[in-house]
Write a protein that binds this ligand. Structure first.
Ligand code: FAD
Length: 424
């Protein structure tokens, strides 16, 4: 149903102003954690709002548990370097494969880092709305946890929700999907199996349940990764759903869990894998939600050219990972021999919301076209964007200025001083 045809109701609520900080970071994935930690290091008071029980986003709640580009993990900046060092200290990385990590340990590492830096953490708390004036200045956001709706006032806001939730609530312009279909990159469900002795057999799918798979050609795209000793992680593609629509996201979760049972049944009973289901990630993996239109939209052409920018503050090195939006098989938007790109920079302008004066964004909701996002959405680049946005927001607070009045060179210098490699 078109929005204009929908019935509406009006509601008004006076809510307590419970929280105040220099900077509010919405969303505690790798981008949000990096932004909050970097801003706190610069001396700002920071509140991080996360809707789930743990931070880490796709990497923890989404079960991704893998960093791309394992040979280029170090040197993204001090926040990500610290996270890696902590994972190594816990012997929680190189978990079966060089780039895989124990995601439950990552959740602990991230929360402890935030707390050590003095970031105030609000878990089980969802961003619900924004109070914004007609110049695009957000004064408060409304968050809702178990205490009910409450206001959070800040000087600067950073949207790291992956779905541009704050920008959408503020009525700012967003970008979704790619040309020409408008479809988003497909989701994938992560689930985990434990190895059991071969004589421990599970029955086939009970009669009447779902759609048994009898041959490999009928499987959706499934990637199988190691997940520590005696276990595997499986990633199963589930296309054509929209993470920014309540009903579509609900349908995605239901569809993916049904298909998971079909796929498991195939592996156990057709391929005779000695596996039992251990657990499934609490949320389906979302590659692309909704991006915020920024002062600059990073493009595929920029990536192909390995472009450096005067205001380059982060870097991408990963290939174009644009899975075909309308297919559940291992297919890509571009031909396989066109996926490689040279290292490229991400400009500060693509982290500044075009319609706002105190809103930045980082991670998979930054300002880019779909194919540029398909590369820059990996954890390392999201962490770098987060660090840069945190540094920039803290500078705005120190200088009492808007995001657009900052000297990008200052941000860039601080990124480099803090170990962020920007070389292209
Ligand atoms: C299936 C799959 C496989 C992948 N494989 C890899 C890989 O191998 N290597 C790699 O490096 N990358 C991989 N990626 C990409 C990478 O995991 C993500 O793009 C990256 O982690 C995104 O980080 P983020 O912080 O931008 O967003 P997210 O991790 O999505 O974090 C957003 C956070 O915001 C919170 N949030 C959202 N809305 C609200 C709200 N309204 N209020 C409060 N909180 C909110 C969420 O709960 C979440 O914690 C994969 C992604 C998927 C989906």
């Amino acid at each position: 149903m078109k929005k204009s045809q929908q019935k509406t109701v009006q509601w008004q609520l006076e809510v307590p102003l419970r929280y105040e900080a220099d900077i509010a970071v919405l969303g505690g994935g790798i981008a949000g954690v990096s932004a909050a930690c970097a801003a706190a290091k610069s001396g700002a008071s920071v509140i991080l709002v996360e809707r789930f029980a743990v931070t880490g986003g796709m990497l923890t709640t989404g079960g991704v548990a893998n960093f791309c580009d394992p040979d280029h993990l170090d040197g993204q900046g001090e926040v990500f370097d610290r996270i890696l060092a902590d994972l190594r200290e816990w012997k929680a990385i190189g978990y079966g494969k060089k780039s895989c990590f124990h995601y439950e340990v990552l959740a602990v590492v991230l929360q402890e880092l935030l707390l050590r830096r003095g970031v105030k953490l609000l878990l089980h708390t969802r961003l619900a709305d924004a109070v914004v004036d007609d110049r695009g200045r957000i004064s408060e956001c409304i968050v809702c946890g178990k205490s009910g709706p409450e206001a959070l006032r800040a000087k600067q806001f950073i949207d790291c929700t992956g779905d541009a939730d704050l920008a959408r609530r503020a009525g700012f312009e967003t970008l979704k999907g790619g040309e020409p279909s408008g479809y988003q990159l497909p989701m994938s469900l992560m689930f985990f199996v434990r190895h059991v002795p071969p004589d421990v057999r599970e029955p086939r799918l009970p009669d009447g349940w779902f759609n048994p798979v009898e041959q490999e050609e009928d499987l959706p795209m499934v990637s199988v990764w190691p997940d520590g000793p005696g276990a595997n992680a499986l990633k199963m593609k589930t296309p054509m759903f929209d993470s920014t629509d309540t009903e579509s996201l609900t349908a995605a979760e239901i569809t993916a869990r049904r298909r998971m049972m079909d796929v498991l049944d195939y592996y156990r009973n057709v391929e005779n894998k000695p596996w039992i289901l251990d657990h499934c990630s609490p949320i389906i993996g979302i590659r692309e939600g909704c991006r915020i239109a920024g002062d600059y939209v990073l493009t595929l052409g920029d990536l192909r050219a390995g472009r450096a920018f005067d205001d380059g503050v982060a870097r991408g090195t990963y290939q174009l990972d644009g899975h075909k939006p309308d297919d559940d098989r291992r297919t890509y938007i571009l031909p396989k021999d066109e996926l490689k790109v040279p290292p490229y920079q991400i400009p500060l302008r693509s982290l500044i919301a075009r319609d706002g004066v105190n809103l930045m964004m980082a991670g998979r909701c930054f300002s880019a076209d779909q194919l540029a996002l398909s590369s820059a959405r990996v954890a390392t680049s999201c962490a770098m964007m987060g660090q840069a946005a945190g540094i920039a927001a803290a500078l705005c607070v120190q200088q009492r200025c808007g995001t657009r009045d900052l000297d990008p060179d200052k941000v860039r210098r601080t990124v480099i001083e803090r170990g962020g490699g920007l070389g292209v």
